[in-house]
Design a protein around this ligand. Structure first.
Ligand SMILES: Nc1ncnc2c1ncn2[C@@H]1O[C@H](COP(=O)(O)OP(=O)(O)OP(=O)(O)O)[C@@H](O)[C@H]1O
Length: 257
């Protein structure tokens, strides 16, 4: 599904990624954690082909980057990033914003086929946003907008869904609503790669984790093996205790550590 081998990225004297290797197989869902500036978004930008490594090889969905048309590969990848939300037009009705996900553009300038509209309305109904389908995007709460982004990304039925901090800025209620939708992705035939700052967002559907520190992989593999007290300390320089509850890890900072 995804293979990153010895991938490095340098910008002038900055080593942004340093020999990163990750193998993500079909049926696995990965979460990527690491401190601010550790290189998480850079990895996502490489997987989506927006950044090319200085060294190493990247293969996504059977396509070797550098030897394929990355625009074609992107058709099979859903990418939810804070940048995309900023680009959407707040006056557009919600269903139309979702429907644009079927195409590689942000707005419609022609009539939308009825089956595309129906599909968008169906996805919104599944996410309990049916009543808001005809409201302008700008009238929705931040949490509702994030769910709209998720619905939009599913329009093209991607094989790979990449999510960059989808719960950033959400209150507890809206975060849990969004996470419930993330958990439901396990019912779909889709591989998820999810970047977050918060361990408690790692829902049961996630199988694997990668910890990034200073552009290097500090640890990667099945989540229970990677999300340990020691590994968290190594990654964040904070002594912490992980407790698993309801299939999710919860973190406590150890005081005086
Ligand atoms: N175009 C660029 N030129 C130079 N340095 C860059 C460029 N893009 C990113 N960086 C640097 O690369 C490092 C990794 O950035 P990246 O955005 O991948 O980190 P991140 O782990 O996603 O951070 P955050 O959690 O704060 O979003 C940072 O030090 C950043 O300043």
């Amino acid at each position: 599904m995804i293979s990153m081998r010895d991938v490095s990225l340098r910008r002038e004297e900055n080593q942004i990624l340093d020999h990163v290797s990750l193998e993500i197989k079909k049926g696995e869902n990965w979460v990527i954690l690491g401190r601010n500036g550790s290189g998480k978004t850079t990895i996502l930008e490489m997987l989506t082909g927006y950044l090319f490594p200085s060294e190493g090889r990247i293969e996504v969905l059977g396509n070797l980057y550098g030897e394929c048309d990355v625009r074609e590969v992107r058709k099979e990848i859903g990418y939810i990033s804070p940048n995309l939300l900023e680009k959407l037009n707040l006056i557009d009705p919600v269903w139309e914003v979702v429907a644009t996900g079927a195409y590689a553009f942000l707005r419609f300038y022609q009539e939308i086929p009825s089956e595309v509209k129906e599909k968008a309305l169906g996805l919104l109904a599944e996410m309990n946003l049916g009543k808001l389908s005809h409201h302008p995007l700008g009238t929705l709460s931040q949490g509702e907008r994030k769910k709209v982004m998720l619905a939009r990304s599913l329009m093209s039925e991607p094989k790979l869904l990449i999510m960059d901090e989808p719960c950033a800025g959400l209150d507890l209620y809206e975060r849990e609503k969004m996470l419930a939708e993330v958990e439901r992705l396990s019912e779909r035939d889709i591989t998820v790669v999810y970047v977050t700052h918060h361990v408690e967002e790692i829902m049961p559907m996630f199988t694997h984790a990668a910890l990034i520190r200073d552009g290097k992989i500090a640890g990667s593999g099945p989540k229970e093996k990677v999300l340990t007290n020691d590994m968290i300390k190594q990654t964040y320089d904070i002594p912490a205790r992980i407790e698993w509850d309801g299939g999710r890890p919860w973190i406590k900072v150890v005081s005086g550590g």
